[in-house]
Design a protein around this ligand. Structure first.
Ligand code: DAH
Length: 351
C-alpha cells in the first residue's frame, strides 16, 4: 500500500514540476507534498503502522522517494530562479555585449608611473628586459658579488622557498635555494648571460622583502632596474642619463647629486638625490630616489665578460617611492588596498 502510494506520488511530482509557472505556484505545490499536511508527510506518518520487520525496507523506499522528489523540486526551483533573473534584467543575458558602465577601468597608479619611466628610457634607446619573480641565490646574490656570508644579504631579508622545491623553468644548483627576488638587479645577470654588449635595458618588476609594513615599507613592492654595458661607458654617461630622467619626471629645473654609497655590484656606488622647485610640499628639499654606480668588475667576471674591455653603469629605483612623490601620497599601503575612492583620483575618469 505505502509503496504504491509513494510511486504514485513520485510520478505526480515528476510530471507536475515542469508545469509550475512561477514562485507562488511552486511554493503551493511544494507545500502540498512536503509541507506539514502534505501527501509525503502523511505517508511518512503512516510508517507507524508498518510491521517491525518491514520497517527497514520501507524506510529505504521512503528515502529513495524523497530523493527523487527533491530532485524534481530542485530542477523546478532552478528553472524558476533563472526566469526571475531574466525578467528582472529585462532581457536574456548576453555576456559578450560591451559594458553599459561609463567607467571603463583605468591603469593602476603604480603601473602609470612604471609606464612613464619605461617610456622615458625607451626614448633614449633602452629596451625592456624581464626576469623571474622566483629567483635563485645565484642570480639574486652570488653573481652580483654578494657571497653567502656577506652582510648585504641581511639587508635584504628574504623569502626563501623550501629546499625540496624544484621548478622546471628556473634551474637551480643543488646547494642553493629558491627565493622571491629581493631586487630587480637579478635581471642584470640574466640579461648579461643572454645578450652580448652593447646592452641597454630597463627591467621593471615586483620584488619581495621581509619588511614589516609601515607608511614607507611593504613586503611586496616594485623596482625599475637599469643597465648599460658597452666599451668605454663612463660615469659621465651615468650622470647625464639620470639627469635627463629626473628633469623629465620632476621638472626642467630639477637638480641631481650623487652621494658616495656602497653596493656590492657597483664600484664606485652612489645614492642619487634630486631637488626640484616644482613639487609642492616637497619642493626645494633633497630627496633620495635611487641607487646607482659603475658595474663592478666582479659582476663582469661572473658572466664571462672581460672588465678590461667592457664597462657599464647600473641603477635601481623603487617605483612606489617615485609614485608617492609625484602623486603626493604619504602612505605606501594605499596603493595595495584597491579602494576605488583612492584609485579614482589617478584614473583620469570624471568622479
Ligand atoms: N638593488 C639595489 C636595491 O635593491 C638597488 C640598486 C643600487 C640597483 C645600485 C643598482 C645599483 O643597479 O647600481 O637596494
Amino acid at each position: 500500500m505505502i509503496e504504491e502510494k509513494l510511486d504514485t506520488l513520485v510520478t505526480l511530482v515528476d510530471e507536475s514540476c515542469p508545469n509550475l509557472k512561477n514562485r507562488a505556484e511552486f511554493d503551493n505545490f511544494k507545500a502540498s507534498i512536503s509541507g506539514p499536511r502534505g501527501q509525503l508527510t502523511e505517508i511518512m506518518k503512516s510508517m507507524g503502522s508498518v510491521p517491525k520487520e518491514e520497517k527497514p525496507a520501507m524506510g529505504k523506499k521512503i528515502n529513495e522517494a524523497k530523493q527523487l522528489i527533491q530532485k524534481s523540486f530542485d530542477a523546478a526551483n532552478n528553472r524558476i530562479e533563472e526566469a526571475e533573473l531574466v525578467s528582472s534584467l529585462g532581457a536574456p543575458i548576453d555576456p559578450t555585449l560591451p559594458s553599459p558602465d561609463e567607467a571603463k577601468g583605468a591603469i593602476h597608479p603604480i603601473a602609470q608611473v612604471r609606464d612613464q619611466v619605461v617610456d622615458l628610457f625607451h626614448r633614449i634607446g633602452f629596451s625592456v628586459a624581464e626576469g623571474t619573480e622566483l629567483e635563485t641565490e645565484y642570480y639574486c646574490f652570488d653573481a652580483l658579488n654578494i657571497p653567502s656570508d656577506h652582510p648585504a644579504r641581511d639587508m635584504q631579508d628574504s623569502y626563501f622557498m623550501p629546499e625540496s622545491l624544484s621548478i622546471s623553468n628556473v634551474s637551480k644548483k643543488t646547494d642553493e635555494q629558491y627565493l622571491l627576488r629581493t631586487h630587480t638587479s637579478s635581471v642584470q645577470i640574466r640579461t648579461l648571460l643572454e645578450e652580448k654588449p652593447p646592452i641597454r635595458i630597463v627591467a621593471p618588476g615586483r620584488c619581495f622583502r621581509r619588511d614589516t609594513p609601515d607608511a614607507t615599507h611593504s613586503a611586496n613592492f616594485h623596482q625599475i632596474e637599469g643597465l648599460y654595458v658597452d666599451k668605454k661607458v663612463t660615469l659621465t654617461d651615468l650622470k647625464a642619463t639620470l639627469d635627463y630622467f629626473v628633469k623629465q619626471v620632476f621638472g626642467a629645473s630639477a637638480k641631481t647629486r650623487l652621494r658616495p654609497s656602497f653596493f656590492p655590484f657597483t664600484e664606485p656606488s652612489f645614492e642619487m638625490d634630486f631637488y626640484s622647485p616644482d613639487l609642492g610640499k616637497l619642493s626645494n628639499k633633497w630627496l633620495e630616489i635611487m641607487g646607482c654606480g659603475m658595474v663592478d668588475p666582479e659582476v663582469f667576471k661572473s658572466v664571462g665578460l672581460d672588465p678590461e674591455e667592457y664597462s657599464g653603469f647600473a641603477f635601481g629605483m623603487g617605483i612606489e617611492r617615485i609614485a608617492m612623490i609625484l602623486q603626493g601620497v604619504d602612505d605606501i599601503r594605499y596603493y595595495y588596498h584597491n579602494d576605488i575612492r583612492f584609485l579614482r583620483q589617478f584614473s583620469g575618469i570624471k568622479q
